[in-house]
Structures are given as structure tokens and as C-alpha cells.
Design a protein around this ligand. Structure first.
Ligand code: HEC
Length: 110
């Protein structure tokens, strides 16, 4: 009788770890979601997709950023965590939004 609650708690932990693994994997980098975020939050200034006609003048397109040698996945994430550039606003993105955006931007640079 005494071992039962422990046993159950154990399965609880296993279940949580499993879910974390499973959903963590799914959330890892979702390019399609990245595009959705880009169209919503970035398209005002950046040309985020090849079909888009207008962005702001003198703002790099996502295709240009994606193929830029200055940015790899890590530096792009770092920039988006803290865009300390005066002309680029800080959008306070979450880590998962950033990884989705990076996956999307990288996919544009080909
Ligand atoms: C209010 C306008 C505005 C919005 C919205 C905006 N940006 Fe920018 N962004 C800029 C400007 C302006 C620059 C260029 C900064 C410069 O070079 O002086 C820039 C630069 C960048 C750069 C760096 C490019 C480079 O070569 O240095 C990245 C990466 C970037 N933006 C990503 C994003 C993403 C991702 C979003 C949406 C989540 C976003 N931006 C939303 C205005 C904006």
C-alpha cells in the first residue's frame, strides 16, 4: 500500500518528460509559423516573402537577410533577442517565436 503513491508520482514525471520532449520537438523550429509571425509583425517594414510588393525603403528584405553572410542562425537569434539598432524596434519576441522566425528567414535566403 505504501509504495503506490510513489509509483504514481513516478509515472507523472515520466509523462511530463515525455510531453516536454514531444512538444518541445514540435516547437523547435516551425518555418510556417515563422512566416505567420513575419507577415504579422515584420511585413510593415520588411519585405518578408517574394510575393510582397512593398516594405519600407532601405530596410533589407528577408531574402537578403537570409542569404547574408553576416547572419547565421545564432547571430540572427541574438539580433532578434535584442535588436539594439536604433531604427529597428524591439518586438519582445519569445524564444520559440524567434526560432520559428530564424527558420523562416533562413529558408528565404536561397
Ligand atoms: C518598424 C519597422 C520594422 C519592423 C516592424 C521590423 N523591422 Fe527589422 N529592421 C528595420 C530596419 C529599419 C532595419 C535596418 C536597420 C539598419 O540597418 O539601420 C531592420 C533590420 C533588421 C535585421 C538586420 C538586417 C541587417 O542586415 O542588419 C533583421 C534580422 C530584422 N530587421 C528582422 C526583423 C524581424 C524578424 C521582424 C519581425 C519580427 C522585424 N525585423 C520587424 C525595421 C523594422
Amino acid at each position: 500500500m505504501r509504495s503506490k503513491p510513489t509509483f504514481r508520482a513516478c509515472w507523472g514525471v515520466v509523462a511530463i518528460l515525455f510531453m516536454e520532449f514531444f512538444f518541445g520537438e514540435c516547437a523547435a523550429a516551425d518555418r510556417v509559423n515563422g512566416q505567420r509571425i513575419a507577415e504579422r509583425w515584420c511585413a510593415e517594414c520588411h519585405v518578408v516573402a517574394s510575393g510582397q510588393q512593398h516594405g519600407s525603403d532601405r530596410v533589407p528584405t528577408f531574402a537578403q537577410i537570409g542569404e547574408s553572410k553576416r547572419f547565421d542562425g545564432a547571430s540572427l537569434s541574438a539580433f532578434l533577442m535584442d535588436p539594439h539598432h536604433s531604427r529597428m524596434i524591439n518586438l519582445s519576441l519569445t524564444r520559440s517565436e524567434i526560432s520559428d522566425l530564424v527558420a523562416y528567414i533562413k529558408s528565404q535566403g536561397r
